[in-house]
Design a binder for this molecule. Structure first.
Ligand SMILES: [Zn+2]
Ligand SMILES: [Zn+2]
Length: 254
């Protein structure tokens, strides 16, 4: 299984529009981060987790011809705003399966009413096949199983996903004990690390490192990164040797 980091930035992306911050002005390609998302693919199967505002350019960069579905972590715009751009996949294969919590589906129906319209649909509108997901109910994606991991993004419930020995968690601030159990034995863990300063709804770097130490994967990658975390090159030097900063267009094999 391959995991391709489509985007590794926090909600504004890096560079931030109009910013004169040195990280935003960096010429290192690893300091340029689109909104957070991954593409998971194996054999003939192909799924993305989240579909933010950079979805179109991300799928072009990854050269992703076929897509079997989108797993949503939560409804925030940096994770959902690209949903209009699924049409090339619709034209090839019909309605695109989406997997989301009931609350997230409700939000998507409000934001993208025309996609969910059943009467008087515009013929070229994007189309989705709805799959509601719940905690403690693993679901099939292709010939694999995705285990939802319910975590807290401040007061908002968010899903991470475990697929085999890989787990992807973003926009996490706290994780309760029964969910930690579900992560035992993962070999590769992706988790969010916003910046060094604490934040109300996201892990900072130390919280992410503590969480990784608790789960003990063989390798961990940090994502959903703010320009305030610093230069990619500098931050990487400070990390334990099995922890890496993800960067856009990095592809790893699980
Ligand atoms: Zn986010
Ligand atoms: Zn969020």
């Amino acid at each position: 299984m391959k995991v391709y980091f489509l985007g590794t930035g926090t909600s504004q992306g890096i560079p931030v529009i109009g910013s004169h911050h040195s990280v935003c002005l960096s010429n290192d390609f690893k300091d340029k981060r689109l909104r957070v998302s991954i593409w998971i693919h194996w054999e003939k199967h192909s799924f993305v987790v989240d579909c933010g505002p950079d979805f179109r350019q991300q799928m072009l960069a990854a050269n992703c011809h076929d897509l079997d579905g989108i797993l949503f972590t939560h409804e925030h715009a940096d994770h959902t705003a690209g949903l209009d751009d699924i049409r090339p996949y619709n034209f090839r294969k019909g309605a695109l399966p989406i997997f989301a919590h009931e609350r997230v589906l409700k939000s998507l129906k409000k934001r993208f009413d025309y996609i969910f319209e059943t009467e008087n649909r515009y013929p070229g509108a994007p189309s989705v096949a709805i799959n509601e997901i719940e905690n403690d109910r693993p679901f099939a994606i292709g010939n694999k199983t995705a285990v939802p991991i319910s975590v807290w993004h401040g007061n908002l419930q968010v899903f991470g996903f475990r697929i085999d020995d890989f787990a992807y968690l973003t926009d996490v601030k706290t994780v309760e004990e029964p969910e930690i159990e579900k992560l035992k034995g993962v070999k590769v863990l992706v988790v969010n690390a916003l910046r060094e300063e604490p934040h109300a709804t996201h892990f900072n770097l130390q919280e992410a490192l503590d969480f990784i130490a608790l789960i003990q994967p063989e390798r961990a990658y940090l994502t959903h990164i703010s320009h305030l975390l610093g230069f990619h090159k500098e931050v990487e030097k400070k990390l334990p040797k099995n922890v890496f900063l993800a960067y856009d267009n990095l592809e790893i094999t699980i």
